[in-house]
Design a protein around this ligand. Structure first.
Ligand SMILES: Cc1cc2nc3c(=O)[nH]c(=O)nc-3n(C[C@H](O)[C@H](O)[C@H](O)COP(=O)(O)O)c2cc1C
Length: 696
């Protein structure tokens, strides 16, 4: 019974070898095959530590997924709502220590606030109350057999088990951040304190630093793009100067007013303004269509009459900008930095998951180009600390971009300008999100809604391009808004080629789905090919340099991706091997992620639990991965659902558990016990298909 077992599965089931599907062996003929489907929808796989097996747990109807249309009709309104999207309204309380030691005092023994400080300066009280140090395991302590992590001295492998009779500082503990960088910025607040503290004879504790390592880490491990509190304050007070964007917005207004005076409709005015700038064009009617004649690089000659009237305005605007020697306009269009994307791998932006520690991990596996999570223009402009944390970059990210979503030039151009000024030298490109499908963003006219507003999109691109100075602007888009109404093939040649006209190194990333499809249905690579051909044809016609186009959607293996790259003509991947990753290798990845998380979020109680949260978030996706060694044939397909399977060893079985308590358990191997008050609700209901998981 090998392949015959999997042939019983309904279509869309991953072909897991029968020996890893024990239930089928036992009850093969008794139950319908569908009953074995975990699918992360009707049932969740729950790891049972006693029997070391996975069992299925039914979920309440309200949480069930993938119901048939008839079943869905029977659901109540509430149940239907519960089916959709992500878990909203999640709250993450910042975890604090029982004695909240002042972080300034903890690091340097000094605090300017002295006795006025609202935090504690009582080191002994802090040390007495603090839970025992966590032990961060080294790679050699990992195993694919329980307890999976063997910690010295604990016997059981249980990390951070409270042993109240022992002192809270454990000299066997090692702080991963101190070991990598020679210093730990959290000082005494570090939860791995034993790794960098010593006790003097008089009983006082002092911190240790390793000057040699510190010097190396200064270059190799200092994050970039920190935005000062003073800048955030200016932004909040709406006092941050953005002269380039102000100038541009003024021009748009003046052009509109001028047309108004001539009795030309607003729509036409916008079209004329945009048509006047190479790279973009006026908003076509939704059905239409983006006729060549109104898009910019054909300004000379083929513009319709109204647009032709705009030509003088255009020339004067262009001239004034090209020649103006404004100190805040440190570039001319021809001075855009060029990016070399050819044959590079690109890690697309991933909200929540694609944070700095994750990207750092991907870079260590060969990602050449990385992009931060989507940030909202309005939040950047209102000085949101959270939004500005999205621009942080690790020095190992050799080519890094920031993604912005917004709905109009008035927010996007100034955002681009502030980004360029504040992250000067720390950003290689800024990416405009024209792909986000989620209602919250789409309804405001941002994300994928811009695909149906070509004129506005044009104005945005011109404004951002100018405001960014020498930093290139790139675009991430979907194939269209509505199914059956793809329009990327019309937009892309104009956006891409138009920007390249100006010698901007434009890059387009095309996710092969419409907004309406979200993440359901397979990406349309035939259509991606059509878009690439349309861009290449335009480039050939107008003798323009070739712009890189990255395709995306459902590429789940090197074999799969290469066949897509070769048949569609997109750029971007170099690795060709298929990797049958072992469970121990996967655990080592998790360990590395935890290490990078602690480095980024901090090693204190708050940082440890923020790392835990993002680690669990990552595991909420990773458990769905089926190692290729378990499959009867390759390539694996991303949308295939897993039958209830067990792994080749107990760790592999645990790693495929869909129970969030197991993810927390895995986090405890590296980050110690989760505080009682700490809970984890995954952002994305564990459902790739049909959920609002992605922002692009
Ligand atoms: C969890 C998740 C978060 C995402 N966040 C973003 C985002 O912030 N910005 C964006 O442009 N695309 C985002 N995307 C889309 C991806 O970058 C990518 O285009 C898409 O997943 C298609 O590729 P795939 O099928 O290989 O995953 C996200 C996707 C996922 C699954």
């Amino acid at each position: 019974m090998s392949s015959s077992a999997t042939s019983l599965y309904p279509a869309g089931t991953a072909p897991v070898k029968a020996e890893y599907v024990p239930l089928i062996e036992a009850r093969f003929r008794l139950l319908k095959p569908a009953i074995y489907l975990d699918s992360s929808f009707q049932r969740r796989k729950v790891y049972n530590p006693k029997s070391m097996t996975l069992r299925l747990k039914r979920e309440p109807t309200a949480l069930r997924r993938n119901l048939s249309a008839a079943e869905r009709r029977k659901l109540s309104k509430e149940e239907k709502k519960a089916q959709r999207g992500s878990n909203k309204g999640r709250r993450w309380a910042k975890m604090r220590d029982e004695v909240d030691l002042c972080w300034r005092f903890a690091g340097s023994g000094k605090c300017d606030f002295g006795s006025e400080c609202r935090l504690s300066h009582d080191i002994q009280a802090y040390l007495d109350a603090k839970p025992r140090d966590i032990i961060f395991p080294s790679a050699s302590m990992l195993s694919n057999e329980p307890p999976f992590v063997s910690l010295p001295g604990t016997g059981t492998g249980a990390n951070g088990t409270e042993r109240s009779e022992e002192p809270s500082v454990d000299p066997t503990s090692r702080c991963p951040v101190f070991e990598a960088t020679g210093a730990c910025r959290l000082g005494l607040k570090c939860r791995f304190l034993g790794g960098h503290v010593y006790k003097a004879e008089d009983g006082t504790v002092a911190l240790v630093e390793d000057e040699d390592k510190k010097a190396v880490a200064l270059i190799a491990n200092t994050e970039l793009n920190f935005v000062s509190p003073a800048t955030l304050k200016l932004l909040r007070a709406k006092k941050y100067p953005t002269p380039v964007s102000d100038d541009y917005l003024q021009e748009l207004k003046a052009t509109a007013e001028e047309r108004e005076g001539k009795g030309i409709s607003t729509e036409t005015k916008i079209a004329a303004t945009i048509a006047a700038t190479p790279g973009v064009g006026p908003e076509p009617s939704v059905e239409s269509n983006i006729s060549d004649s109104v898009w910019p690089h054909s300004v000379s000659g083929s513009l319709p009459s109204v647009a032709t009237e705009a030509a003088p305005t255009k020339l004067s605007l262009d001239e004034s900008h090209a020649q103006a020697d404004l100190p805040d306009v440190p570039f001319r269009f021809s001075e855009k930095r060029r990016l070399n994307w050819l044959n590079k791998t690109y890690l697309g932006p991933l909200t929540t998951v694609g944070n700095l520690p994750f990207r750092r991990l991907c870079v260590s596996f060969g990602a050449d180009i990385t992009c931060g999570e989507m940030g909202l223009a309005t939040s950047f402009l209102s000085g949101s600390k959270e939004e500005w944390s999205l621009v942080r970059r690790h020095p190992s990210e050799t080519m890094f971009g920031v993604q912005v979503a917004g709905n109009k030039p008035t927010s996007l151009a100034p955002t681009a300008e502030v980004l360029a000024k504040e992250c000067n030298g720390g950003i290689d490109f800024v990416d405009l999100n024209c792909g986000c499908p989620i209602d919250l963003v789409f309804r405001t006219g941002s994300g994928s809604a811009l695909l149906d507003a070509a004129g506005k999109l044009g104005k945005i691109l011109v404004g951002m391009n100018r405001a960014l100075g020498e930093i290139p602007l790139t675009i991430k888009m979907r194939t269209g808004v509505k199914e059956g109404r793809n329009n990327a093939h019309k937009l892309m040649p104009r956006i891409g080629a138009g920007m390249e006209c100006r010698r901007h190194d434009a890059r387009t990333q095309l996710h092969g789905r419409t907004r309406q499809q979200r993440y359901t249905k397979l990406a349309d690579w035939e259509y991606i090919k059509e878009c690439v051909q349309a861009v290449r044809a335009r480039e050939a016609d107008e003798d323009l340099p070739r712009i890189p186009i990255f395709g995306g959607g459902d590429a789940f293996s090197a074999q799969d991706y290469w066949s897509k790259v070769e048949s569609s003509g997109v750029d971007g991947i170099k690795e060709r091997r298929e990797w049958d990753i072992s469970s121990r290798e996967r655990l080592e990845l998790i360990r590395k992620y935890a290490e990078f998380g602690l480095d980024h979020f901090g090693t204190d109680t708050a940082g440890v639990n923020t790392t835990r949260r993002y680690l669990c978030e990552a595991l909420s996706f990773q458990y769905r991965y089926i190692p290729i060694g378990l499959l009867e044939h390759l390539p694996p397909r991303i949308n295939d659902r897993a039958p209830l399977f067990r792994g080749r060893d107990q760790l592999e079985t645990l790693l495929s558990s869909g129970d969030s308590r197991d993810w927390v358990k895995i986090s405890e191997m590296f980050l110690g016990p989760a505080p009682e008050s700490w809970t984890f609700t995954p952002k994305h209901k564990s459902n790739a298909v049909g959920g609002d998981e992605g922002q692009g």
